[in-house]
Design a protein around this ligand. Structure first.
Ligand code: HEC
Length: 148
């Protein structure tokens, strides 16, 4: 137990503690794939409401947006250097263009936070606008950083 708390203290003190979340680098790849799939499910549900395929429902919008926000935040820390092994589809540029990748990631986080805000407001139009902005951040990052 003592040893574990000591390890915890050391990990927390690391400058980029996000890297310490994964014991092995391929755990980061597995995590990304799984989390992106779950994220995608909630994005589809939110999208159905944004597109008017299903009626806007405030509690459902809030739940989906909260999960999208949380998963996006976790996913942003799931690209530790060296985690580019198969079956990852991340392009090497993720780790070569660190600042640009972070910019994409920050825009994604802020779009996800805005979607949550719009869901809480209960305004279906605001939700639609925020959803379209979020979807654009997915696409623009994939265009540059994900292999087909
Ligand atoms: C900051 C860049 C970035 C943003 C923003 C981003 N993605 Fe991705 N996404 C990636 C990368 C890189 C991969 C490839 C990951 C891998 O295979 O290691 C990926 C993979 C995926 C996958 C495939 C997972 C699998 O099973 O292989 C899905 C689905 C996905 N993203 C959905 C989304 C959705 C939906 C959004 C927006 C809400 C989003 N992504 C936003 C970079 C991003």
């Amino acid at each position: 137990m003592r040893c574990a708390s000591l390890l915890m203290a050391v990990l927390l003190a690391l400058p980029w503690s996000a890297q310490a979340q994964f014991v092995r680098l391929n755990d980061a790849v597995k995590y990304r794939k799984a989390a992106f799939q779950v994220l995608s499910t909630h994005v589809q549900r939110a999208g159905a409401m944004a597109k008017g395929e299903v009626p806007f429902d405030k509690p459902a919008a809030e739940t989906n947006a909260a999960l999208i926000e949380m998963l996006s935040r976790q996913l942003a820390t799931a690209f530790p250097p060296g985690s580019d092994m198969a079956p990852s589809k991340a392009k090497p540029e993720v780790w070569q263009e660190v600042a640009q990748f972070k910019t994409h990631s920050d825009q994604w986080q802020s779009a996800a936070a805005k979607l949550s805000g719009a869901a809480r407001s209960g305004d279906a139009n605001a939700f639609k606008t925020a959803f379209n902005a979020l979807a654009q951040t997915c696409k623009s990052c994939h265009d540059s950083y994900r292999n087909r």
